[in-house]
Design a protein around this ligand. Structure first.
Ligand code: PLP
Length: 413
């Protein structure tokens, strides 16, 4: 019998090694967040737990800068948040403008098609931001389009798109917007109400210093009206917002067993973001990016994305000529316990992706990464003067002090 279970002989408790996560996500979880997760499990209808959920929703509204009532974490990774938006908002036959400038825009197209909708694809080069003019043109050619969907921070390339302008164009053409902010929330300026984003989803494991598995979402009143007035049932039972209103709203009826301990973690991570202040967190991500970039420049490593649309939390750089990129990643992991990301699609083997997200976005990680890269690359034959990258990073830190006041301003808001 046992052979059906695979080898079971030497199985013991699993102790993961302590890594430094500087890839495209997950990023390092803050110790405070890990500690929160280890607290006693509560029932998902326990009044103590539901009180915590109310706090969590407020903290999430702060993070998203929205007063949307329907703001809560979906039980599932960012991909479930994405699917949640599409299955509820796209009716069979609906036309949706989808912007694709990387991997995640491609997934949005899949979602539209699986909902029975038609995706009108606005293509941009991988590494470039979404071009607002192309979106405007697509909307003029498709006056019957209902929704515009795009990725704010494209993690496959490190490009940041102008969400405010794209939403403004969509609304001028009477479209609702679906915006992927999995990698931007907490790391780059994001203002849901000010920018009039209708449907937004994110992830716990990128710039929130929290483990993977939860997807914060928020929907405007216009989306709530749309979902309530649907003539066909949402094809997914689990993701049907009409049914979820019952649990996350005021009535607290059973829908599914919420992952209580994971939600303690998100509560703690959002509390930490609130204590730090959003503006301060954005500035911290920018500052660590400036230092990493200064170090990369001394190593002759060039960015994929143009300076004005670069994400501070996701640094894509070209692999230097003649370097075995896989071997570099292997050595960083084995010798330095440092994880970085590889390129995807056409960029596989051609770029590395260095994440500086959430709790991973720290000076000590920037320094570890630059020192380790110098050692590994020079060992592999590149001419490198040891210590120059760290020195450049130190200078960049000195030139970009953190705005201490922003902390108070953000808290008062
Ligand atoms: C990571 C990511 C996702 C998917 O999130 P998962 O938690 O892996 O499902 C979606 N969109 C973007 C932009 C991402 O970076």
């Amino acid at each position: 019998m046992t052979r059906h279970f695979g080898p079971t002989k030497n199985i013991g408790t699993f102790y993961p090694p302590q890594r430094v996560l500087m890839g495209p996500g997950p990023s390092d979880t803050h110790p405070r967040v890990l500690a929160a997760m280890a607290r006693p499990t509560l029932g998902h209808l326990d009044p103590v737990f539901t009180d915590m959920m109310e706090e969590l929703k407020s903290l999430l509204r702060y993070a998203f800068q929205t007063s949307n009532l329907l703001t809560f974490p979906v039980s599932g990774p960012g991909s479930v948040g994405m699917e949640m938006c599409f299955v509820n908002m796209v009716n069979p036959g609906d036309k949706v403008i989808v912007c694709r400038n990387g991997v995640f825009g491609g997934r949005m197209i899949e979602n539209v098609q699986r909902c029975g909708g038609t995706a009108v694809v606005v293509e941009d080069k991988w590494g470039a931001p979404v071009d607002p003019q192309k979106v405007e043109d697509a909307l003029k050619q498709n006056p019957d389009a209902k929704i515009v969907a795009f990725v704010h921070a494209e993690t496959s390339t490190g490009a940041l798109s102008d969400a405010r302008t794209l939403c403004e164009i969509a609304h001028r053409h009477n479209c609702l917007t679906i915006v992927d902010t999995v990698t931007s929330l907490g790391g780059s300026p994001l203002k849901v109400d000010e920018w009039k984003i209708d449907a937004i989803y994110s992830g716990s494991q990128k710039c929130l210093s929290c483990p993977p598995g939860l997807s914060p979402i928020s929907f405007s009143e216009r989306v709530v009206d749309l979902v309530k007035s649907r003539k066909t049932k949402v094809q997914s039972w689990f993701m049907d917002l009409n049914l979820l209103f019952g649990y996350w709203g005021s009535t607290r009826t059973y829908h599914h067993t919420a992952p209580t301990n994971a939600l303690y973690a998100l509560h703690e991570s959002l509390l930490m973001l609130y204590e730090e202040g959003l503006e301060h967190s954005w500035a911290r991500h920018q500052r660590n990016h400036e230092a990493l970039k200064a170090g990369f420049e001394t190593l002759g490593m060039e960015y994929l994305v143009e300076e004005n649309s670069r994400l501070p939390q996701l640094n894509s750089v070209h692999v230097p000529q003649g370097i075995d990129e896989k071997e570099v990643r292997r050595r960083l992991l084995v010798d330095y316990s440092l994880e970085i990301g590889a390129g995807l699609g056409d960029f596989a083997g051609k770029i590395w992706r260095f994440g500086l997200m959430g709790y991973s976005s720290r000076m000590e990680n920037v320094m570890l990464c630059l020192g380790a890269l110098e050692a590994v690359l020079s060992d592999m034959g590149m001419k490198i003067e040891q210590g120059t990258a760290e020195a450049a990073a130190h200078q960049a830190y000195a030139a970009h002090p953190l705005p201490v006041e922003s902390k108070k301003t953000a808290k008062a808001a």
